[in-house]
Ligand binder design. Sequence first.
Ligand code: F6R
Length: 617
Amino acid sequence: MCGIVGYVGQQKAASIIVEALRRLEYRGYDSAGVAVLQDGGIAFAKKAGRVEVMAKVAAQRHFTGTTGIGHTRWATHGGVTDANAHPHISSDGKFALIHNGVIENYSQIKKFLLTKGYTFLSETDTEVLCNLVAYHYAKEIADNNGHNRLLESVRKALRHVEGTYGIAVLCVDFPGEMVAARKASPLILGVGDGEYLLASDASALISRTRNVVYLKDGELVHVTTANFSIITLDQADVSPVVDRITWSIADAELNGYGTFMEKEIFEQPQALENTMRGRFAEDGSTAQFGGLNLSAAEFRQVDRLAFCACGTAWHACLVAEHLIERFARLPVEVDYASEFRYRNSPLDRRTLFFVMSQSGETIDTLGALREAKRTGYRVLAINNVVGSSIAREADGGIYQHVGPEIGVASTKAFTSQLLLGAMVALYLGRLRDMSFNDGVQYVEALKGVPDLVRQILKGAPHIQAVAKRYAKATDFLFLGRLSLFPIALEGALKLKEISYIHAEGYPAAEIKHGPIALITDKCPSVFLVPKGEIFNKIVSSMQEIKARKGPVIAIATEGSELPPGLADEVIRIPDCHEAVLPIVASIPVQLLSYYIALERGCDVDKPRNLAKSVTVE
Ligand code: F6R
């Protein structure tokens, strides 16, 4: 949600931090701030609004300090105001702190601190934590127990905190030092050339270093200009592991595209190739995965699967359910991660548990993973971000390998999740009763997906023209059946999140049970129309809409003969294997939403109220 940056080195910190915040802005964009240690105090700038608004203020203040922190906010506690923006400064003026997460017991702590004379300028839980650090620091001086007082006061404060946090703290008495800590909120330390950077996301630090340490929950890092050390909340020393980021700065840049969403839609052929690379068996009849940590014999013991995810990733799980049940004949249950955690659902002993998450940091999905593990299940993760919390805590998993996804609305990560769901269905199917020949055909179909996607992307101008004609609608229905029902849900989600048009996804036959009441000539329906056994049924649903003067947009496979005049607009997709149809159908749905949002003048990369990677419950 929020983005966090820290810098300790020899350069002027503020400009490096502002540049990193620009790269992190997709994580939260309602306010931003920067603070540096200089002239024995804390100099800072913070403003409601986008990073650029704050950057202008910061530029006028000519910050010179070489140690600093910065933040982009997605509001949880308190409205979007300058006062609520981070960094927060303790009322004694000694500490600056940035925070991602929620301090659940902040009101009790605040009451206590008020009795001790601390004062507050904002409505945030973060300012409470900042003053709690100051309180422990004052006590620490009195205790004088020989530890680093900055580190100790942060550690002690955190022991009283309930909730989640990724924080970075500066203290005027420790120029050239910073302490950071995390619990259920990502934090990465970049180890640069004579400098250290801290960030909630690798894209913020990759321009300065690719060597990183992924901090774990319950760890605190103490950074100085010369070195860094990590301890746990219980003061145990941690030996750091330095990893190397495999993607490059170019992957996190627009490279000539107008928006990240457009770039990510158009780079899907390559992304899908990367997802598949090296993942087919030599005999060409099945998939293979390196990191599942489960043998074929163990997979044979599985008689049920459970999937948990949120949002778009949840839609990908619904498609996986369809394909696994269809091709591997195994029952699958899909749950919203946020519901699963609190639902006390009975899971069978031989259930294999999957979570899906692009970011690997979504707190609800992480919570579902932990809940499943707590009850003794083996949990596998389908995840894009290497080193993420979910990747680290799962028992095994499959990386998506699509590079950084920066557009807030998920596109390439979604189709890659669809692809991996199809590959898992193939793998499980071939362990059960799918024939060699069927397996070979399936593999060939998957290998052909990138070209099918390329073909559809060539038709983008036609989809843009359709989008222009319907961009003023206030309601939309997206309708599909079987494996395309989740794509209808995804279409509705994509459209509403980036264009703010009310949209709903339904199984096409369900419209007559309620949603048809919405139909007027102002409410278009997007139908996903594959050839095959349900074609005639979908055509009947289209007739029902047409009879009520509802505009009909058909996304139909080539060769399907729609009755003349039934659809107002037809967008063609190639006829293809059932396992790849959801991927192929997703592309026009993404483009339609994208061009409608563009036509309405919306900021597609940073839609209102949203943020990438939801790290609060
Ligand atoms: C919508 C979107 C969100 C995410 C959801 C889960 O376009 O991106 O619905 O899919 O927040 O995120 P991850 O996959 O990171 O767990």
